[in-house]
Design a protein around this ligand. Sequence first.
Ligand SMILES: NC(=O)c1ccc[n+]([C@@H]2O[C@H](COP(=O)([O-])OP(=O)(O)OC[C@H]3O[C@@H](n4cnc5c(N)ncnc54)[C@H](OP(=O)(O)O)[C@@H]3O)[C@@H](O)[C@H]2O)c1
Length: 366
Amino acid sequence: MDTFAFIIHPIDPKRDVSRKFPLLGRVLNEKQIDFFSSFFPPVYISEIEGIKSQATGKEIKGWFVACPYTPKRMLELPERTVYRKIIQTGRMAEKLGADILGLGAFTSVVGDAGITIAKGLDVPVTTGDSYTVIVAVNAIREAAAIMDIPLRGATAAVVGATGAIGQVCAELLADDVERLYLIGRRQETLEELRDRLKVHARAELIISTNMDVLSESQLILTVTSAIHDVVRPEHLQPGSVVCDVARPRDVSAMVAAARDDILVIDGGMVDVPGSVDFHFNFGFPPGKAYACMAETIALALEGRFEDYTLGKHLTRERAEEIGRIAMKHGFRLSGFRSFEREVTPDHIEEVRRNARKAHRVRKVHT
Ligand SMILES: NC(=O)c1ccc[n+]([C@@H]2O[C@H](COP(=O)([O-])OP(=O)(O)OC[C@H]3O[C@@H](n4cnc5c(N)ncnc54)[C@H](OP(=O)(O)O)[C@@H]3O)[C@@H](O)[C@H]2O)c1
């Protein structure tokens, strides 16, 4: 049977360590977990079974293995120390017999995005970023339809537009919308991106290093590698949709608390074909996975055991290809979730009602 493995790591230290080690999660505080994570070896998490292609009937199995570092730790420690720990975790996957290895969340962000890690391992490696692009862009297209925002006339924004995932998301959205803000921290890199995209873009492209322009955007896709929130309530206009692909999240929990007129959705959740059992709770309902996990699984179903997405320069062609492969085997964009909860039709209706109210109040005041 063909196999895969996927590396995960703690994001919220207390919550995620408790999922595997309830006692440690209870007695240690966040700072202690961050500190001790440096000395922890890779951790075997679980076997994944029940995945079956809808196209070919092929069945595969896999494993979760964990790199113990938190995102904060990965940014603080020297790159080579982090690479070493991720490669050690990859070796555990090799010993289990994995035919392909996926890098979850920050293990795919660190340094050169998988290139050094792949060189240090025999098993083929993928970051999962190509399929993450496709799922995020499809999610925002679908959310726009639900919120009655016609794409053709819309103003959209990509936050973290100069990043690996952000660049291709921007390239795809530039075909759809009227005006697209490319938001990042470095003016020069943004200018290069704009100049490259404008050759084919349908949309007017505007670059900015200031989050205030979000107030002019109806559709926002945010995908930075910041370890703290970057999108806050005061940035957003009523009725807008924010698709948060980043882990840790980019959207402040304050948005959920203070803005009942905004639709915030998680950007990367898909239904896995078959009756998958992960034997581990990573925070999603049964049968659903992150897009980056799904890329690894789809490649195993397709028998494409090769380094697939590596490095910071993704291409639209690769993203579209993995989109087709995943579609063929039965992966589907899942229902929306927001801050760990399902987004129900009632919630969407409430957001729309509150947005109309907020617009009326704004008109009165202007
Ligand atoms: N949901 C999923 O399935 C899934 C899958 C894969 C990855 N992800 C997540 O996607 C995110 C991005 O990954 P990536 O590989 O595209 O990362 P990346 O290539 O490192 O790009 C990150 C982008 O974020 C910007 N950035 C970093 N810190 C920032 C800050 N404090 N404020 C504003 N912008 C900041 C960077 O700007 P500079 O160029 O100025 O540094 C860059 O444009 C990560 O959170 C990752 O965990 C999610």
